[in-house]
Design a protein around this ligand. Structure first.
Ligand SMILES: [Zn+2]
Length: 265
């Protein structure tokens, strides 16, 4: 090792890496430089390089003779890179300018700062904006509050229209191509949801009648008086209705969870 190199201290290297979250600072590289050693339960692999913006020794790229050794070793003269890009930047024939490297460093640090508050940024990028909009429509229709009510609804003599209306709205989406997702995982959930909503509407519709503000449904008291032998049948009918409603809310909850993970609420 040549002694006239103004190398970074281990603490300076560590700070350079920490300030970009151990991600390479080369534009759009995105490579992580720290992770577990697959051969060991406790060791880690550090693949990064603290590259010099102005070279550490005379003859190196962007060497600036006017700088003091302290300036050359200081954190402001370093940029964190993956091994490939670090070697590229440090090569003697490197064409990258000081200004360009400083701009990369600034961008990489501000991207790392944004990741601190937007942990799900990468997931959002995974879905098209069209899919995110459609997801929002479904999640507004089947929001947490509604799903809670749907799960708790007893489905007796009077069922509020606020329980049934969203399910009818969902029926209107079923045959409409503009409500289809491009992403396979979302579309699979939508198909699953549609099947459950169809089942529910068929089952509920067979015993219900429209009224103002509510639907007339299974009135067990009336059935007890008029047709006691059918009570057991209708108790089971109500239980199936509750089960179908429960299944709808379970599938819809998966869409809500995905939406929460995308951060696009
Ligand atoms: Zn890189």
């Amino acid at each position: 090792m040549s002694s006239n190199r103004d190398d970074f201290s281990p603490a300076t290297k560590r700070s350079l890496a920490d300030r970009v979250g151990w991600i390479c600072s080369y534009p759009n590289c995105g490579q992580s430089t720290l992770g577990p050693d697959s051969q060991s339960e406790e060791d880690k692999i550090n693949n990064g390089i603290a590259a010099h913006i102005c070279a550490a020794a005379p003859g190196g790229p962007r060497y600036d003779a006017s700088m003091t050794p302290e300036m050359r070793k200081s954190i402001s003269n370093g940029i964190w890179m993956c091994r490939n890009h670090g070697n590229l930047v440090d090569a003697d024939h490197s064409q990258y300018t000081v200004e360009k490297l400083i701009a990369w460093k600034t961008d990489a640090e501000s991207a790392a700062y944004k990741r601190l508050s937007q942990p799900a940024q990468l997931l959002t990028i995974g879905y098209s904006s069209r899919d995110l909009n459609t997801l929002k429509i479904y999640c507004n229709l089947f929001n947490y509050e509604y799903l809670q009510q749907l799960k708790n609804e007893p489905f007796r003599a009077k069922v509020p229209t606020s329980i049934i209306d969203p399910l009818h709205t969902c029926m209107n989406y079923i045959g409409n191509p503009s409500y289809q997702f491009n992403a396979a995982d979302l579309e699979k959930l939508r198909q699953e949801l549609n099947a459950k909503v169809l089942d529910f509407n068929r089952h509920f519709g067979a015993e219900s009648g429209g009224n103002i503000g509510y639907y007339d449904y299974v009135d067990l008291n009336l059935i007890r008086q008029r047709n006691p032998s059918r009570v057991e049948h209708y108790v089971k009918y109500i239980e199936s209705t509750q089960q179908l409603a429960y299944e709808i809310s379970e599938v819809a909850l998966k869409l809500l969870t995905i939406q929460a993970e995308t951060g696009n609420i």
